[in-house]
Design a protein around this ligand. Structure first.
Ligand code: OGA
Ligand code: NI
Length: 361
């Protein structure tokens, strides 16, 4: 009998990572127990006791903000408050058509349903562009325990680059999603700056806030023993803000600032999840806070999500905004080059909110 590649731990890395089957390859074989490489030590695992439950048994929810219904000032207050108190909120009636959301979710499935040969063309070692990477886990070169997810990472440069290099099964959908979210991303950045008394976004600020974007098409295959692992381990994002589209499977949890318990981020059809990233925490000198979040995979269904990370360019220096310091605030973060910050983020496993310490005095 031929030896199954999943029986030998050494082959797991070969099969999942090097050959490009991904963890989806393991799920497709029908493995019934989680390989050791994915088992978190007991003290790190997520369990039901860590979840906040209200008296009626429902978990508390993060704010849901309707971008269409309210007076402008009211929306601005809700958004800035959510960014301070939760670091996480959902927006509805945001102007991105439902069809565009549905198509990028479908296209994510189309990409991951491709044969391993097709997907492997986009592994880092084979990819025709450094801006397009198919991979697995978060930062597998540095992880002792891997995350149960595969992803296609698209670093946004120009439309020409996207047209030339993004995989065809998801290219047009990803571009359309990117175009359709541009307005709401700009609006959110403007509102969040207004909340810091910054009323003008000049070229330099524009670069600092929205100079670059990276879109991930993320695939969390169904998982034997989801309670032993993470789809995405606890972390905060190294972005200004992240706009995340999730499907209806669920499994995203966020940590509350008040009692450090975790709450589920419910799937709402047509909504986008918005979270504050570390860089906005740093620029705002701690007024807005990035929230820790994680994903638990599902035992019976695969889940997709599509985050867009909005962040500075590599050459931008990040530190508390001059406007805040001029008002007399003592800076709690030093100036660091964004490329150093993001380099640090990717050179270790996900580790809660520890990345931001890199910029602390
Ligand atoms: C991330 C992330 C959450 C999700 O990619 O940074 O937190 O639901 N993803 O996939
Ligand atoms: Ni995240």
């Amino acid at each position: 009998m031929p030896m199954s590649p999943i029986e030998c731990p050494k082959n797991i890395t070969e099969f999942v990572r090097n050959q490009g089957h991904g963890v989806k390859g393991l799920a497709d074989i029908g493995i019934t127990s989680l390989p050791n490489q994915y088992i978190q030590p007991e003290e790190k695992r997520f369990n039901e006791q860590k979840i906040t439950l209200s008296k009626d048994g429902e978990d508390h929810s993060i704010p849901i903000i309707d971008m269409s219904n309210l007076e402008k000032d009211e929306i601005e207050t809700l958004i800035c408050n959510a960014a301070e108190k939760w670091g996480f909120f959902q927006i509805v009636n945001h102007g991105v058509p439902l069809k565009v959301l549905d198509e990028i979710k479908a296209a994510t499935h189309w990409f991951f349903e491709l044969s391993v040969e097709e997907k492997a063309k986009y592994l880092e070692k084979n990819s025709p562009s450094k801006n397009v990477k198919y991979g697995t886990s978060f930062s597998p070169d540095f992880e002792k325990v891997f995350e149960w997810k595969d992803h296609l990472s698209l670093f946004v440069t120009s439309e020409e680059d996207a047209l030339a290099h993004w995989p065809l099964p998801c290219r047009d959908e990803a571009l359309e999603y990117l175009r359709s979210t541009e307005n709401v991303i700009r609006k959110l950045c403007n509102i969040l700056m207004k909340g810091l008394n910054v009323h003008e976004i000049d070229g330099q600020k524009e670069s600092l806030l929205m100079g670059c974007k990276r879109m991930n098409l993320t695939f969390y295959p169904k998982c034997p023993n989801p309670e032993l692992t993470f789809g995405t381990g606890p972390h905060s994002d190294a972005s200004i803000i992240t706009i995340l589209l999730q499907d209806d499977v669920g499994g995203l949890y966020v940590r509350r600032f008040d009692d450090e318990s975790w709450i589920h981020v419910p799937s709402i059809d047509g909504a986008l999840v918005v979270n504050v990233g570390d860089v906005l925490q740093i620029l705002s000198n701690g007024k807005y806070k990035s929230a820790e979040h994680l994903v638990i995979p599902n035992a019976s269904k695969s889940r997709v999500s599509v985050p867009i990370f909005v962040h500075p360019t590599s050459n931008d220096v990040i530190g508390p905004l001059q406007e805040i310091i001029d008002k007399g605030a003592k800076p709690i973060y030093k100036d660091v080059l964004f490329s150093d910050y993001i380099g640090h983020f990717f050179s270790k496993p996900h580790d809660g909110k520890a990345t931001v310490e890199f910029a602390k005095f």
